[in-house]
Design a protein around this ligand. Structure first.
Ligand code: ADP
Length: 455
């Protein structure tokens, strides 16, 4: 087996707390075969940046670079977060395009390629993650690297007409043609990318998931829905019910049911629409009034970006309005909390909730949906209300699927979930849980790597 090299914007260094299942899965893949993890170390420096630091732990080498403040601003805060993130989430209206940040993005990718190229061997397998690093393979190829390089996109791939609206789109997206395998979350993402290549990208689709770039280079695409460490989350959730924070939450509900939402405060998550959907539920289902409390956890992210500040203000206003109109002296219908919690505690919160609300306007996968299912008590599982526009909807067919723009539909789904008899809850949950046990994060990375190696 060849050595694995993982490249991602952030690297989970030994000893740093590793948020999320992805870091754990990549670590496991690296440990299995030995390898290198390369990326930004999270530091911004006064000088020019690009200083390389290396450390070894077991058979894994961690090689990271720092970034100058200007590069960080252009590459990460600018082009990645203000241009590509909205574009890839179908929000052309929020795209902020600027040639200077675009050059910064390219400059940082070129610096990554300069530092990484000398460390690579002929027979390495390189796996690059996410939209921060689209040009990396092409820049490595320019530096003489011929080994297998794969890319995985953790966010949606939008329609061809949206991609082509970005100035100079071909220069950026044709960078993807230098990879050997492009992995997407869902079939729809895969197909939309192929349409782009055909219509505006100058390339051709020459076989099933086999594409050809203008110069004749061939590469593959494929569908690899990312997942969670299902068994680990299930046992974490079972243990978490004894944590003081989880007990405290349960006690505070008195005899009421709980609906939970857990999302980074981001406009892709459909939070204003969800709040309005909940308000509609209170209006349309007065028979259930006072029987269900909705807890929304939404830690602030990218708080320095204007659109995120506006979203935050907007949500505070709607939350205040809903509680003002519907609260009783002894009951607050909506609890809105801008805080992070340890992941184990979160699983205990999920398990305490009869209803899980996951209603993004667009999401690559939405791991929260899978975490909610994996955290349920098999003897008394809750019901997932899931947006059709989340990647997870392709797999979790037994959720109550809703269109997040249809407020009446969301309202009625909340009411059905809250009233669903135990036998039907169990039936739906079992089907989803069986799928998640089989298709967990380890199956995901193994599938991807074996596809890359045979590409
Ligand atoms: P995204 O990657 O867009 O943030 P996902 O749903 O795919 O969306 O993944 C979000 C991850 O962040 C999940 O693993 C979730 O548990 C975690 N998370 C979200 N909100 C919180 C919070 N308040 N506290 C701790 N972890 C959180």
């Amino acid at each position: 087996m060849s050595r694995l090299v993982v490249v991602s914007n952030r690297v989970a260094l030994p000893g740093q707390s590793m948020a999320g299942g992805l870091a754990v899965a990549l670590q496991a893949a690296l440990r299995e075969r030995g390898g290198l993890w390369f990326g930004w170390n999270g530091k911004s420096v006064r000088g020019p940046g690009g200083n390389l630091e290396q450390q070894d732990e077991g058979n894994i080498r961690y090689a990271t670079v720092d970034l100058s403040r200007a590069d960080l601003d252009a590459y990460y805060n600018g082009f990645s977060n203000r241009t590509l993130w909205p574009l890839l989430h179908f929000r052309l209206d929020l795209v902020d395009y600027d040639r200077a940040t675009r050059e910064g993005y390219r400059r940082v990718n070129a610096m990554f390629a300069d530092r990484l190229a000398p460390m690579l061997r002929e027979d390495d397998t390189v796996w690059v993650h996410d939209y921060h690093l689209i040009p990396l393979a092409a820049l490595l190829r320019e530096r003489g690297i011929g080994c297998r390089i794969g890319f995985f996109l953790h966010v949606p791939m939008p329609s061809a007409d949206l991609l082509m609206a970005m100035p100079d789109h071909q220069r950026l997206f044709s960078g993807l043609y230098a990879y050997d395998l492009l992995g997407f979350q869902t079939r729809r993402d895969n197909d939309r990318f192929q349409s782009y290549v055909r219509l505006y990208g100058g390339g051709e689709v020459v076989g099933k998931d086999l594409l050809q770039a203008p110069g004749g280079r061939r590469f593959r695409t494929g569908v690899f829905p990312i997942s969670i460490d299902t068994a680990h989350i299930a046992s974490q959730a079972a243990a978490a019910v004894n944590k003081p924070a989880v007990r405290g939450l349960r006690t505070s509900l008195e005899d009421r049911l709980l609906a939970i939402g857990v999302d980074r405060l981001d406009y892709s998550k459909g939070l204003p629409e969800r709040f309005h959907g909940f308000e509609r539920y209170l209006q349309r289902h007065p028979d259930q009034k006072g029987s269900l409390t909705y807890l929304q956890l939404a830690p602030v992210s990218r708080g320095e970006v204007n659109e995120y500040q506006m979203l935050r203000n907007h949500l505070e206003q709607i939350a205040g309005h809903i509680n003002g109109a519907h609260a009783e002296p002894n009951w607050t219908p909506l609890r809105y909390v801008n805080r992070n919690f340890p992941h184990a505690t979160l699983t205990g919160f999920y398990r305490s909730a009869r209803v899980g609300l996951v209603t993004p306007l667009r999401d690559g996968m939405n791991l929260v949906a899978k975490e909610y299912v994996a955290s349920q008590d098999p003897e008394n599982p809750g019901v997932l209300v899931l947006s059709l526009l989340a990647g997870a909807a392709d797999e979790l067919r037994e959720a109550l699927l809703v269109n997040p723009h249809d407020l009446d539909g969301v309202a009625d789904a909340i009411a059905s979930a809250a009233a669903m008899p135990l036998a039907r809850r169990k039936e739906r949950w079992h089907a989803m849980m069986e799928h998640l046990r089989k298709h967990d994060i380890n199956a995901w990375r193994k599938d991807y790597l074996s596809a890359l190696e045979s590409a």
